[in-house]
Write a protein that binds this ligand. Structure first.
Ligand code: NDP
Length: 250
């Protein structure tokens, strides 16, 4: 199905691994030109560059630590210079840790808030001059922010905050025809899961599988499906929304 995305310009944060990578490769396959970023060198970065070259299109995989405001500024400068505009921004990069709340250090709190919330704010604010009518901003949220989850108070606080940010920006920029939405994800199986010791991975899959209506975890490609919808004109009357991509998890 042609979604009419050919030649559109996108910035996706955190595309080297996991869900972000699934989003980047799906957009590229749909004909979107993509700039994405990562924070540390790894074989995943080179393999993504290679994969995007094979796909074709104008893609750039750039080093930018989003917890550093000046590097967010440089990333947006690259978008301006290379693309001149953005039709889609996906705030995907995220950080998490599993820490009893009483032991949560201010450093860990700041790292998670800076990555998940402040970086999204800086990326959106910096992208505003590049976003024209019909453009779409997607913030990657989490179902966990609605239900709460022990040891992740800091993480869920940031994901809940993204929803407030999204709804307010949808109202503030509706007259410019810029749309803002959240994708609230359930448990998505990524390379991080594959890298876990088998017994831990099996226990985790078993536990979360049982909580979903569909009886399984999601995939990055299934998150990308919702991104393609929100990137396209099929969703032109959808803004300020939280769309659940969670297999019916409870
Ligand atoms: P991963 O940890 O697998 O990947 C995170 C990506 O973000 C990597 O590409 C990483 O780059 C990049 N990144 C992290 N911090 C920074 C930073 N400071 N600057 C630049 N890039 C950064 O995460 P997932 O794919 O699992 O998650 C993606 C998003 O989906 C996150 O927002 C997460 O909260 C959300 N989510 C995920 C769920 C899941 O089940 N996986 C469930 C609900 C929500 P690098 O390779 O350099 O580290």
């Amino acid at each position: 199905m042609d979604l009419g995305l050919h030649g559109r310009k996108a910035l996706v944060t955190g595309g080297s691994r996991g869900i972000g990578r699934g989003i980047v490769t799906a957009l590229a396959a749909a004909g979107v030109d993509v700039i994405t970023c990562y924070q540390r060198e790894s074989p995943a970065v080179e393999s993504l560059r290679h994969e995007l070259k094979e796909t074709g299109g104008q893609h750039h995989v750039l080093l930018a630590d989003l917890t550093r405001p000046e590097q967010v500024g440089e990333l947006l400068d690259e978008c301006r210079q290379r693309f001149g505009r953005l039709d889609l921004v996906v705030n995907n990069a995220g950080a998490i840790s599993h820490v009893p709340y009483g032991e949560l250090s201010i450093q860990d709190w700041n790292r998670v808030v800076d990555t998940n919330l402040t970086a999204a704010h800086l990326v959106i604010q910096g992208a505003l001059p590049l976003l024209g009518p019909g453009s779409s901003v997607i913030n990657i949220g989490s179902k966990s922010s609605e239900v709460g989850i022990p040891l992740r108070a800091h993480y869920t606080a940031t994901k809940a905050a993204l929803r407030g940010l999204t709804r307010s920006l949808a109202k503030e920029f509706g007259d410019r025809e810029i749309r803002f939405n959240v994708l609230a994800l359930g448990v998505i199986a990524t390379d991080a899961l594959d890298e876990m010791p088998a017994d831990r991975r099996d226990a985790l899959v078993q536990r979360y599988r049982g909580k979903t209506a569909l009886g399984r975890l999601g995939t990055p490609a299934e998150v990308a499906g919702a991104v393609l919808f929100l990137a396209s004109d099929l969703s032109r009357y959808v803004t300020g929304a939280t769309i659940h991509v969670d297999g019916g998890i409870s």
